[in-house]
Structures are given as C-alpha cells and as structure tokens.
Design a binder for this molecule. Structure first.
Ligand SMILES: C[S@@+](CC[C@H](N)C(=O)[O-])C[C@H]1O[C@@H](n2cnc3c(N)ncnc32)[C@H](O)[C@@H]1O
Length: 260
C-alpha cells in the first residue's frame, strides 16, 4: 500500500519543510494537509498517512486510527530498574559485557537494542537490522532525535546504528565472528498482551518466519552466543536447537545457542 507524507492539522513553515524533506528522503508523495482528518486522507488517497508533527513522526496505516511512532517507553523503564540494581531478563540471557559487539536482527522499536547498548557501553557496538522501511526510518529518526533528561537512556539510544535491511541479507555481507552476541526476536506466532505501541508494531512490522539460513548466519557471525526470544509455547527452540531458559512467570522465553 502507498504512503503519503503530511503535517499535523495545525502546523508552521518549519514542519511543512520537514515533511517535504521526509517525503523526498523516503521517495513518497507530499500531501498538503489543508486541515483534513487523517481518515479522510487515508480514504481519498487509499494510502497510509505519515504525519510529521512537532513531537514525533506518526504512521497511520490505512484504516487505522492508532498511529505507530517511536517511543523508548519500555527501555526507559528497564534502564531505571537496572540503575536501581534490579535484573533484566533479556540481559540475563544475552550476558553482554562492556565493549561487546551486539547484532539485533529484528530491531522493531529497539527497546532490546537500547538495553543492549546500555550494557555494552561506549566501547561496545550495537547494530540493529530492520527490514520494514517505514519502521527503520521512524525508529532511526527517533533514536537520533528523541530528547530525554535520562542521560543513560539518551546515550544508549544515540549509540545504536540502525541498518535498514533484511537481516539475512545483511549477515551474508559480514565476516565470521564479527559480533559477540546475535539476537533474534521475530514476531510471535501466538499473540500475547502487549503495550499498545507493540500492538501497532505487530500490524506494521514484517512477520518473517525464522529459517535455517537465518540461524546458521547468526551462528557464523556470533563469537559467544545466539539468543532467541519466542513465545513459551513456540516450537522454534527445539526446531533450531536453542537451549530454553524456563521463566515460569513469563509468556515468553529466551533460548540460547552457546558457541564458546
Ligand atoms: C517482535 S519485533 C522486535 C521487537 C524488538 N525486539 C524491540 O525491542 O522493539 C520484530 C521486528 O523485526 C522486523 N523483522 C522481521 N523480519 C525481519 C528480517 N528478516 N530482517 C530484519 N527485520 C525483520 C519486523 O519488521 C519487526 O519490526
């Protein structure tokens, strides 16, 4: 489906220019808002609508009134808990150390990558692949421009390199053992209750199934371990040889392939 780029209903010259610039960057048509509602534009253009407003970019997929936007909500909350000395189940599974190189093959909103970035610190590397162009663009924009007084969160967001590419295609271009840990968080086959922005991510994101090639490339690139996140009832752990870490209180589990 096509996407058009427009501004908020009330806007100014700066944001009209910004919307036009984004439409050029994404090679999408610019649509003059003229105070029309998003749903009117969706119907008139038979398209998704990307709204450029002061605070953020919002993508309204065709027929939807809940936008997709970048927000580091859950990462902010998790970093606060880590700063208070609490554990994070993702970090317990990936076991990153300061200075490690981490590849996230399924960036999404980058909540996990932000936590990985916090863990590896200034000397570490975090690369995150996202296949869907609109998600990649909006999340990259958010990681670079989202403002917060939480220094740890800010540094962690700015330190991530987002790669807009199919992860398997990207991995084929990278030398063996380049990363310490490679992470896989494909869309769950079974839906669990999620925050509303994750629900919208589910609608906008790619639903690629994990393949032998995906896991083999991850194993070739990772020096220490490959980590998979999946629903607790998923057969992916057994199918691809991941050792599952059982977490009785959680609907999702992590599976590990240790390589050292
Ligand atoms: C479940 S979400 C990941 C959520 C992420 N861990 C986070 O913390 O926000 C999966 C994401 O991977 C993307 N994706 C699916 N298949 C992909 C592929 N082959 N290469 C790169 N990204 C992919 C989807 O578009 C979606 O954004």
């Amino acid at each position: 489906m096509n996407t058009v780029v427009t501004t908020a209903g009330r806007t100014n010259k700066e944001f009209i220019l910004k919307a036009k610039e984004i439409s050029i960057n994404l090679n999408l048509p610019y649509y003059e808002r003229k105070k029309k509602s998003v749903s009117t534009i969706q119907n008139e253009q038979q398209a998704n609508v990307l709204v450029v407003n002061k605070e953020r970019l919002e993508l309204y997929t065709y027929g939807s009134t809940s936008p997709f936007f970048f927000h580091p909500n859950s990462a902010a909350f998790r970093i606060k808990r880590l700063l208070q000395g609490e554990q994070d189940s993702f970090l317990e599974s990936v076991r990153l150390e300061k200075g490690d190189c981490f590849l996230d093959t399924t960036a999404g909103l980058c909540s996990d990558s932000i936590i990985a970035s916090y863990a590896v610190g200034d000397l570490g590397v975090v690369h995150a692949c996202e296949k869907e162009r609109m998600i990649a663009y909006m999340v990259d924009e958010g990681l670079r421009n989202y403002e917060t007084r939480n220094e740890a969160l800010l540094k962690s967001m700015r330190h991530i390199d987002l790669i807009h590419q199919n992860a398997v295609d990207y991995m084929k271009t990278v030398a063996s053992n380049f990363y310490d840990v490679v992470y896989l968080d494909p869309m769950f086959e079974e839906v669990i209750e999620e925050s509303s922005n994750f629900q919208v991510l589910r609608a906008v994101g790619a639903h690629d199934s994990l393949t032998d090639e995906w896991v083999e490339e991850a194993k070739r690139l990772a020096r220490k371990r490959v980590v998979l996140k999946a629903h607790f009832r998923s057969n992916l752990f057994d199918k691809f040889g991941f050792e599952r870490e059982i977490r009785l209180s959680s609907k999702f589990h992590y599976g590990i392939i240790e390589l050292l």
